[in-house]
Design a protein around this ligand. Sequence first.
Ligand code: PLP
Length: 452
Amino acid sequence: MNASTHAEHAANDIAAHLHPFTNLATHPQVGPLVIQRGDGIFVEDDQGRRYLEAMSGLWCASLGFSNARLAKAGSEALHGLPYYHTFNGRSNPAAIALAEKLLALAPVPMSKVFFANSGSEANDSAVKLVWYYHNAIGKPEKKKIIARRNAYHGVTVAAASLSGLAPNHRDFDLPIDRILHVDCPHHFRYAEAGESEEDFATRLAAALEQRILDEGPGTVGAFIAEPVMGAGGVLVPPATYFDKVQKVLAKYEVLLIADEVICGFGRTAQMFGSATFGLRPDILTAAKALSSGYVPISAVMVNEKVHAAVAANSGKIGTFGHGFTYSGHPVACAIALETLKVYEDENILAHVQSLVPQFQQGVQAHAARRYVGEVRGVGLIGAIELYADPARRTPFDPAQKAGARLAELALAQGLIVRAMGDSVAFCPPLIITAEQIDDMFARFGRAMAIFE
Ligand code: PLP
């Protein structure tokens, strides 16, 4: 491909394509980055430039960008049964096998799996299940859902409401009522002077309990949490946080939804982030690495307590009135099933575990840099956060767009990282090798040197 092909792509993209999470006012001047092929952990643009994709796209392509087994599974599925639905008890072998497989992998005993197409739809479905469940058990007042500031749960109306990031709410008239936000468990940023992680966690759990009491325990139905907050800046929970939070939830019969959309399937070096951080969810949502991002698919797992009530209630009106045209799509399920088999066959968890020390040291190695305030991470996910004056914890003026500038400099080094505010994240494909981790941090180091 050459410059004229790119110019044509750019002009047509600007003319026709409304981009998600993009500054639409400046896009006509900035233009698109057109990615048109991938191999392994690399992607290539329409001018032949190669990039090490240190974000797996959007935290999803765990098996990289050219896995032949997934392509074959998709092709066979398309030739066999390209589409069928799962309403009215219809099913297909791939959906059945995938549901069984997910239940076998679940971090806590789960009873059933509902399929959707995206993380947002999974979380919206979880919200509706919480509401339906509480109607079913005769507690129709118990509908409020507590999420956390800086969380990211997606963009559909309920999922965007659960998210605790300003751009998801502002000028969209969100959040909707019945969705509330409590403190973000970011120790470095929000702890009081001298407060340990444990004390910070105790304070946040106490504040959560007070909020439940203020709202009225009879009105609070669920609490939703990502084990590691992703888009909020890769925020790893402080020690003892989930233990303390879950004690509060249990006391007031508040359900726990674990949003495993990023953490699921090995990212934290265990199959689920819930296992890594001791969450015992009633409802678990997953997407992204479920299919290595190759096709849209998400899953909502529910435990038997939730399922039994929901199933009994559906009997009263003759249907569970929720589901998507593409719930349990046979092609998506076949690719997801193959993805899970590849994780197993290639022992991806052991591979990830073997790389974690090197990866985390690579992130830590930037801690002493001039503008780095905090580095954090777990498994194969990490972030560095930039501050104008790290010693005084003075942030950069947002107008300086420090994180975005660093990500641009990385791009020029052939490296794709993601800026979320002034945090820059790494979430490479799980198939990355030790040499490629060195390559990734070498590229990043060059970008940092220019940034400084
Ligand atoms: N939940 C989490 C934790 C996510 O990171 C995301 C997307 O990044 C979502 C939900 C929403 O997923 P989707 O974009 O597939 O709707």
